[in-house]
Design a protein. Structure first.
Ligand SMILES: C[S@@+](CC[C@H](N)C(=O)[O-])C[C@H]1O[C@@H](n2cnc3c(N)ncnc32)[C@H](O)[C@@H]1O
Length: 278
């Protein structure tokens, strides 16, 4: 990331991850009014912002549906959030259990379900739980962990989640997940700043930063000024190399059947399909 020239006001910027010190993101946040709310992306204040600016994002949807279509039985969606992938999964006319840690994200998903025809919405159960320990009431035919959310977990959490997901699948059931990669040929890894229009028309300022060791990616989203306090949401995802993920899946009792790189410029994601051994 490229350090900015001056140091911002300390109070707000101190709420951002320490590695962002000196970045344009820290400088921009330090210049915001004192009543600005700085939070994690999936906190109650951040959830609606995340939902708004990802609502129109169709990434991974087609690829995940293709893999899930090749399975049968109930679908277990891990880290379902506000349902960006849940709603397309329901279009397969399968029962979907959507699990997420964040009550705020699940509330947005439930609200979204109310807009669907009853026959589809009735197939979805929402569960607030930690995917590292969640025990499904019945084994699923497919489990999905999309949007590179495996990268939100620490190594120990990831391994616990893989063991648990193995236990939550039928023998022969498939686990479909994606992991983020920094493109090897990403020539310029300096901080990027761009505007993203949300579904509501609100335009968000986004700072995208690659960790100095290329081990992860920071995102800082700043809402525009207007009525009420502004919100800054931040998130860090660590890069889990596909080889490491494959080793962890194998140790948890899966056989990795395929890995497909989904194109991207600065970041690519790798779609992994693993099958629960008998
Ligand atoms: C990047 S969002 C993805 C949400 C959704 N799949 C999408 O495509 O928009 C990551 C989600 O993971 C959830 N999450 C993070 N850690 C979790 C955990 N340990 N157990 C359950 N959910 C978790 C967050 O609450 C958030 O909703």
């Amino acid at each position: 990331m490229s350090p900015a020239a001056s140091t911002p006001a300390p109070a707000l910027s101190a709420a951002l991850p320490a590695e962002l010190a000196g970045s344009a993101a820290t400088q921009a946040v330090g210049a915001l009014p004192a009543d600005t709310v700085v939070c994690d992306m999936y906190d109650p204040e951040g959830a609606s912002v995340y939902h708004d600016f990802t609502l129109g994002d169709a990434s991974e949807v087609r690829d995940i549906l293709r893999e899930v279509r090749a399975t049968d039985g109930p679908v277990l969606e891990l880290a379902a959030g506000a349902g960006r992938l849940t709603v397309p999964l329901l279009s397969l006319r399968r029962d979907v259990t959507a699990v997420d840690l964040s009550p705020a994200m699940l509330a947005l998903l439930r609200e979204r379900l109310t807009a669907l025809p009853g026959a589809l919405a009735g197939r979805c159960a929402t569960v607030q739980a930690d995917i590292t320990g969640y025990v499904a009431p019945e084994p699923a035919g497919a489990a999905v962990l999309g949007t590179t959310s495996v990268s939100l977990l620490t190594d120990a959490q990831r391994r616990a989640m893989l063991r648990r997901t193995h236990g939550n699948l039928r023998p022969g059931g498939a686990f479909v997940l994606t992991t983020a990669q920094i493109s090897e040929d990403a020539a310029d890894l300096s901080e990027r700043v761009f505007d993203v229009p949300g579904a509501s028309g609100t335009v968000y300022r986004v700072h995208d930063l690659v960790a100095q060791d290329r081990g992860g990616r920071y995102t800082v989203v700043i809402t525009p000024g207007g009525e009420g306090p502004r919100t800054v949401c931040h998130s860090f995802i660590r890069v889990v190399p596909p080889g490491e993920l494959t080793a962890d899946l194998t140790a948890a009792g899966f056989r990795v059947e395929s890995t497909i790189t989904l194109p991207g410029e600065r970041y690519t994601s790798v779609l992994v399909r693993a099958v629960r051994e008998e």
